[in-house]
Design a protein around this ligand. Structure first.
Ligand code: ADP
Ligand code: MG
Length: 398
């Protein structure tokens, strides 16, 4: 690791500003109050928090939540996350309704060692997304050192993910960041072969850089989801009413030509008039009739992809194979989740990431058989593409 980590610093008696990714889905509790819908991201931050508390640091947690647009929005307050965190660690978690400023500085200075406070949503301040110096400096004024543990936000150069580090003497990687970097580097930089990459999801345009990078290192690049139809159209297939990104045809063609031997595309499809539960679906091989959309990979494709996956020593998967939110189009995604889990049981190293991919994986019941389930979506794609992540770059060199 070329950045300092928690192992390189002594947090005792220090005010430690920890950027976490508490951008969690919210729900409503039985008594009608906002509550945490899914706490996976909160749990992912616990190793860092525990380290700081157990070593006598004062933990100052900071995160964004949703898209309040640079002004306070009571529906996107982190107050309920503080309560939830308190029940997880069985300790009092203070909450500050101000993110920065004198009031919160006073509260922090009065905190005893080994205690924790969560600050209000950074995106209530327009300085966050603008990576504004004044807001970055105000965050830095709260603490003696900075820890970035928000892998999911590390591809963004915002005040709390990058800007703040410039005003701190010491800025280090948190435990989750370390685990993400270690697992993803193993796929990107030093994979055991055969490396099988599986890419799907909604838009080819989101993932062109990642496809390009992985097509150079992977032995097999299996493509599914809506992005397949842009490629299939380029190859002269009829794709009916399937989602195609017309402005990416040239890039897709160029990419395909460079990696023809590596890239596999679906040969059969589950099709219907619409991605809806009551739409009549059927399976077609090859071309898709007019008016019908490809909404999942078909059984022959599942079989072929499964065989490749079972041969892999390393597998990385991002992007569902179909519209998995609708049962009748979820089979391809579930089958790929099972294949990735099965090959992991046989000893392969596996990484799965992306918001929708991870919820599909969880839905399939296979998540705990995967070696590394990434908390990143955009950050994962950026990392695999080989592009720098501002949230990592900004930290102190080892
Ligand atoms: P992730 O969040 O894992 O990176 P994406 O956001 O790229 O994944 O893609 C997930 C979305 O892609 C899902 O909402 C799914 O319904 C959609 N999708 C997958 N296949 C198709 C398809 N054939 N047609 C339309 N949408 C699709
Ligand atoms: Mg998504």
């Amino acid at each position: 690791m070329d950045k300092l980590t928690l192992d390189d610093v002594d947090v005792r008696g220090q005010r430690v500003l920890i950027r976490v990714d508490f951008n969690v889905p919210l729900g409503t509790s039985e008594d009608g109050r906002p509550c945490v819908g899914d706490d996976t991201r909160i749990r992912a931050a616990l190793p860092t928090l525990r380290h700081v508390l157990d070593h006598g640091g004062k933990a100052i947690l900071v995160s964004h939540l949703g898209r309040p647009g640079g002004q306070p929005d009571p529906d996107l307050s982190l107050a309920c996350v503080a309560d939830h965190l308190g029940t997880l660690i069985e300790e009092r978690v203070r909450f500050s309704s101000n993110t920065v400023g004198e009031t919160v500085e006073e509260v922090i200075n009065g905190m005893s060692d080994g205690s924790v406070i969560l600050l209000e949503n950074t995106r209530f301040d327009s300085g966050e997304k603008a990576n504004d110096e004044t807001f970055s400096k105000a965050l830095a004024d709260l603490a003696d050192m900075y820890v970035n543990d928000a892998f999911g936000a590390a591809h963004r150069a915002h005040a709390s993910t990058a800007g703040v580090a410039e005003f701190m003497d010491v800025a280090v990687l948190g435990r989750l960041m370390e685990a993400e970097i270690e697992a993803l580097s193993r796929v990107r930089d030093d994979p055991e072969h055969p490396l099988v990459a599986i890419l799907g999801g909604s838009k080819v345009s989101d993932k062109l850089g990642t496809i390009r990078a992985l097509s150079q290192t992977a032995d097999d690049l299996l493509i599914g989801g809506a992005m397949s139809y842009t490629f299939l159209q380029v190859l002269g297939h009829d794709v009916g009413a399937s989602r195609v990104e017309a402005d990416r045809l040239e890039t897709a063609e160029e990419l395909y030509k460079q990696a023809e031997e590596t890239i596999s595309l679906p040969t059969d499809h589950v099709v219907a008039e619409a991605p809806e539960a009551d739409a009549k679906s059927s399976i077609v091989e090859g071309d898709i009739p007019e008016d019908l959309m490809g909404l999942d990979i078909g059984p022959a494709t599942i079989g072929a992809y499964r065989d490749r996956i079972l041969d892999a020593a390393t597998v990385v998967w991002n992007g569902p194979m179909g519209v998995f939110e609708v049962d009748q189009f979820a089979e391809g995604t579930t089958a790929i989740a099972e294949a990735v889990a099965d090959t992991t049981d046989d000893g392969a190293f596996s990484v799965v990431g992306g918001g929708d991919s991870v919820s599909a994986l969880t839905q399939s019941g296979c998540a705990d058989r995967i070696r590394h389930v990434s908390t990143g979506g955009g950050a994962l794609l950026t990392f695999l593409e080989g592009a720098p992540l501002p949230g990592i770059e900004a930290l102190t060199d080892a």
